[in-house]
Design a protein around this ligand. Sequence first.
Ligand code: ASP
Length: 464
Amino acid sequence: MKLALHWRIIIALLLGVVVGGALSAFWTPSTWASLGVSDPSAFLAGTSSDANAGAGAAAGVARFFVNLVRLTGDLFIRLLRFIAVPVTLFSLVVGVASLGDVRRVGRLGVQTLLIFLVTTVLAIVVGLGWSNTIKPGNFVSQEQRAAMAAEREAEVAQRVDAAAKAEQAMSAWALIRNLVPTNPFRALADAEMLQVIVLAVLLGIGLTMVGVSPGQRAHEALRACSGLSEAFIAITQAIMALAPYAVFALITPVVATMGLEVLRALAVYCAVVVGALCTVQFVVYPLCLLLLTKGRVSPRAFFRATAPAQLLAFSSSSSAATLAVNIECVEKRLGVPASVASFVLPLGATINMNGTALYQAVAATFLAQLYGIPLTFADQAMIVTTATLVSVGTAGVPGASIVLMVIVLESIHVPPAGIAVILGVDRILDMCRTVINITGDAMTATLISAREGTLVSPSDPMRV
Ligand code: ASP
C-alpha cells in the first residue's frame, strides 16, 4: 500500500532534521580541511581558489551532494512560485465572476476583509500577551546579544537599506496609490501581488458586467479562465509528487547551518513565538470554527483536511507557493465551493498573514526588552497598527517580513540593528508563522461558506 503524501512529507521532514542535525554536529570546517578544502564556500560555489588546490575526489563527491540537495530545494520552490501568479490571477477572476453580481462581490469582500482584520488583530494581541508575560528579552545576556549582533552586522545593513525603500511604499497614501497598477501586464510580470489582486477583481467585475451566463458575451472568456485555473492547480498536484524529496532538501540545510548555539541563546524567544503561534492555531482558530460555523465543521476535520497545505507551508516558508495546494484542500477535502475558495484564498495568501503579524509583535517587544526600552500602552497600540499594516504588505515568500520589521521597530523607537540578534533563528520561525498564515486563510474560507450555507460534502475527503 502506498503511504499517503502527507505521511511521506512528515517522514522526509524528520529525516531532514536528523541528517541536518548530524551534519551540524559532525561536519565541521576541519572535516573540509581533512578533504583538502580550506575555503568551503568558494569550493561549493565552484570558484577556483588556491586554498582548495588539495581537494580530492571525496571532496568532489561531498560537493555533488550539497549541490544536488540545493538544486532539488530550489527547483521545487521555483516551480511553486512559477504557478503563484497565474493561480492567483485566474482563480480570483473566476471567483469574482462566478459570484454573479457585483453586489455579492462587495458583500463577500467586506465579510472576508473583516474576518482577515479581526483575526490579524487577535493574533497580534495573543503575541503581545505572551511576550509581555514571559518577557523573553530578559533571558538573553548582554554578551550573547553583542556576539550575535556582531556576527550579522553586514547582513542587517543590507536589510535596513531595503526596508528604507519599502518604508516609503508603506505610508497609507502610497499603499493605496500603489494598489492600482498603471500597467496590469507589468504587475503580472513583476509579481506585484496586491496589484495582481486588483487586476483580477476588476477583470472579474468586468466579465460579470458583460454577462457570464451561457449565451452571454463573456461566458467563453470566463470558461477559459476557469480552465486555466484548473490547469495550474493540476500542475501543482503533479509538483506535489516531488514534495517529500524537496522537503528533505529544504530542511536539511536549515538545520545543518543554523547551529545549536544561537538556538540556545534565543530558546525562550523562540518558545514564546511558537507558543503564541500555537495558541492561535490550536485555540483561536478552532474556537472561531466552533462558534461561527455552529459546530458544522469540527476543528479535527478541518486540520485533517488542510494538513497537506500546512506541511507544505512549513517546509516552503511561502504562502504564495502554498496557495494552489490550499485551494485544492479547501475545495476538495472541506467542501468549500470554488466560488468562495477561489475568492478568499488568493486574497488571503497576499494580505492575510496572522502568523506574520503576531511574529512582528513578539519580535518588536522582545527587542524592546533587550534594549531596556519600556513600552507604554500607546506603544503597544502602535505595534498593533504597524504590524497589521506590515502583514498586509508582506509578500508570501520566505523571510519577507523580516525586512519590513524595521517599520514596526522604528514606530516604537527600537534600533533596527536589533534585527541582527534574531536573524539567526528567523528561518525556523518563518516556517512556523507561514503555517498560521495559510491556515487563517483556509479558516476564513470555511467560515464564510458555512455561514452562507454553501458548504457541500467533500468530494475527496481522504486524498492528497
Ligand atoms: N514567509 C511568510 C509567508 O509566506 C511571510 C513572512 O512572514 O516572511 O507567509
